[in-house]
Design a protein around this ligand. Structure first.
Ligand SMILES: *[C@@H]1O[C@H](CO)[C@@H](O)[C@H](O)[C@H]1NC(C)=O
Ligand SMILES: *[C@@H]1O[C@H](CO)[C@@H](O)[C@H](O)[C@H]1NC(C)=O
Ligand SMILES: *[C@@H]1O[C@H](CO)[C@@H](O)[C@H](O)[C@H]1NC(C)=O
Length: 165
């Protein structure tokens, strides 16, 4: 049917844009941020992480905390010199703002059994479609909000087209 043809590029556009949207990761999934979970395994299962993604730590108040440290302190389970220290409430959301390594440990002694998390936030890459290759000299980072607006309008256009069919 003739109407189906214009839908294909739109669908491809939607799929491409969907891959650059920010993700929210619950650290440890249903196990949360607790002793006895191997977060190295969790990280391998959930990578890659990107700038703009969120990590959400759920922990038991008074039983655990989330301490951001550097690599040396991470390797030694040393929480004495934290970059940041989150111990209030039962959950904590952390945005991966920069393309870098992030290290988190628990300062309650469980770090030695694996309650530690090292995460690399990868830079955002532009969609590798023929469209973006034409403008490859342009800045390579598409702002999230712009991508979201494009996605929303593409979705609206697709919905309108589907109504026509
Ligand atoms: C985290 O901050 C709290 C409150 O400021 C403090 O009592 C605790 O010792 C700190 N923990 C670490 C590991 O720095
Ligand atoms: C990330 O950036 C936002 C906006 O500038 C800021 O509010 C937030 O505190 C930053 N998060 C971290 C973990 O640095
Ligand atoms: C977690 O799993 C990794 C990969 O299987 C392993 O190398 C590591 O020793 C484990 N850590 C702990 C504390 O068991």
């Amino acid at each position: 049917m003739a109407m189906a043809t214009p839908l294909l590029p739109l669908l491809l556009l939607l799929l491409t844009l969907a891959t650059v949207s920010a993700d929210k990761f619950t650290v440890g999934d249903s196990k949360g941020w607790n002793p006895g979970v191997n977060y190295t395994v969790w990280e391998k299962k959930n990578r890659p992480f990107h700038v703009g993604d969120w990590l959400v730590f759920y922990y038991q108040e008074g039983m655990a905390d989330v301490v951001e440290v550097d690599e040396v302190a991470y390797n030694k389970c040393d929480a004495s010199n934290p970059i940041t220290n989150y111990s209030k409430g039962r959950s904590f959301a952390f945005e991966l703002n920069h393309s870098q390594m992030y290290y988190f440990i628990c300062s309650y002694g469980y770090c030695y059994q694996g309650m530690k998390l090292a995460i690399k936030a990868e830079p955002l890459t532009p969609p590798s479609s023929p469209l973006s290759q034409k403008t490859s000299s342009a800045p390579s980072i598409v702002p999230r909000s712009a991508a979201a607006v494009t996605l929303a309008s593409a979705a609206a256009a697709l919905t309108a087209l589907l109504r026509l069919v």
